[in-house]
Design a protein around this ligand. Structure first.
Ligand code: TYD
Length: 216
C-alpha cells in the first residue's frame, strides 16, 4: 500500500481557506480517495484544550514564546497521534494550517524568530513536512473587504475606516513571511491568487493536487 500525502492550506484569515477545503474534500470524495480533514490548532482532544487556551482565555496574557510553544504542543500531538499514523496507512490528510502558520504568525509577526520557530516545528512534526502546501494569497487590504462583503454587502467603506494600521501592519508582515516561505520552498508551497473566483481557485488547487497524487 502506498503512503498518504499531507496537504496543508495556508493564508491570511479571510482568504477563503474554508471554502476551498470544502471544495477539495468534495473532489476527494468524487475521486473515491481515502482522506481525513483536520486542522491546527485543534485536531486532537489535547489540541481542542490548547485551542481553548489560545483563543478563549482573555484572562491569560501569553508571551509570544509561550504562544509559540502551545502551537507546537498542539502540533506534536497532532502529528504523533493522528497525521503520521494516517499517512502510514495510506490515508491522505488535508489540514487547515500547519507549521508555515507558526513561522509566519509567531516567528515573523510576533517576533519569536522564523528560524527558531521552523526548528521547533520540525521537532514537533518528527521532521515531516507537508507534501504540498496551498498558500491562498490575498492583499491584506482586500481581506477585510472580502470578509465584510460576505457578512454585509455594500459596507466596504465603513469596514475600511475601521481597519486600523496596527492590524494592517500585522497582516502585511504575515503576508511577507508567507511569500518568503513560498520563495524558499517552491517545490512544496504553491501560491494561488485568492482574489480569483472560488471556482478558479479550486481549479488551480485540483491541478496541484493531481500533480502530487498522480506524479508517477
Ligand atoms: P482559526 O479560527 O482556525 O482561523 P483560520 O480560519 O484563519 O485558520 O484560527 C487559527 C488562528 O491561529 C489563525 O489566526 C492563525 C493562528 N495560528 C497561529 O498563530 N499559529 C499557528 O501555528 C497556527 C496553526 C495558527
Amino acid at each position: 500500500m502506498s503512503r498518504g500525502y499531507l496537504i496543508s492550506f495556508e493564508g491570511l484569515d479571510g482568504a477563503g481557506k474554508t471554502t476551498q477545503i470544502d471544495l477539495l474534500v468534495r473532489w476527494f470524495k468524487e475521486q473515491s480517495l481515502p482522506y481525513k480533514r483536520t486542522r491546527e490548532p485543534g485536531g486532537t482532544s489535547l489540541g481542542i484544550e490548547i485551542r481553548n487556551l489560545l483563543f478563549n482565555r482573555s484572562d491569560i496574557t501569553l508571551t509570544p514564546l509561550a504562544e509559540a510553544f502551545l502551537f507546537q504542543a498542539d502540533r506534536a500531538q497532532h502529528f504523533a497521534t493522528l497525521i503520521l499514523p494516517l499517512l502510514a496507512q495510506g490515508t491522505h490528510v488535508i489540514t487547515d494550517r500547519c507549521f508555515d502558520s507558526s513561522i509566519a504568525y509567531q516567528g515573523a509577526a510576533r517576533g519569536v524568530g522564523e528560524a527558531l520557530v521552523e526548528r521547533l516545528s520540525l521537532i514537533a512534526t518528527q521532521d515531516y513536512q507537508p507534501d504540498l502546501t496551498l498558500l491562498l494569497d490575498l492583499d491584506p487590504a482586500n481581506v477585510g473587504i472580502r470578509t465584510d462583503i460576505t457578512r454585509n454587502p455594500g459596507s466596504q467603506r465603513e469596514h475600511q475606516s475601521r481597519f486600523d494600521t496596527e492590524s494592517e501592519q500585522f497582516q502585511l508582515s504575515l503576508r511577507t513571511a508567507f511569500m518568503e516561505l513560498a520563495h524558499k520552498y517552491p517545490a512544496r508551497i504553491k501560491v494561488i491568487d485568492a482574489s480569483l473566483t472560488p471556482e478558479q481557485v479550486h481549479q488551480h488547487i485540483v491541478r496541484f493536487v493531481s500533480e502530487l497524487l498522480y506524479k508517477e
